[in-house]
Write a protein that binds this ligand. Sequence first.
Ligand SMILES: [Cu+2]
Length: 154
Amino acid sequence: MRMTKALLGWVLLAAAAAAHAQVEARAAWVRGTVQGQTTAGAYMELTSGQRASLLGAESPAARSAEIHGMKMEGNVMRMRAVPRLELPPGKTVELKPGGYHMMLVDLKRPLKKGDLVPIRLKVELSDKTVKTIRSWPKYGNSPRPAITRARGAA
Ligand SMILES: [Cu+2]
């Protein structure tokens, strides 16, 4: 009994620490690709309780995952890789079509509508520690956000 109580106390403490350093990825989805397309955009809402930066991501479904921003070049909107994306405290940063987004590059196999695509986001907190945030966006053509609510974990 005493053992259980001590254990519970430890778990609560750990939960409190996690809540403090919390970065959340919500409403994540991956845009459906057409045949032969080897890249796919991934979109989500990121919220951090403290000043943080998104440094990059990786996914077992693709060779690499890049953070892309959009930039006007003449009359053409082009995307380019950015090394990091600031996450101001308490503000939701939206990764969305036409704005900042995640790009899965060189998909390893065709994805089916409804597949969950695991993505691990690398986030640097204000104390310079780097955390991995897990997200499982749903693959599909619809821009409707699907499931996923991921919490920061060490
Ligand atoms: Cu892109």
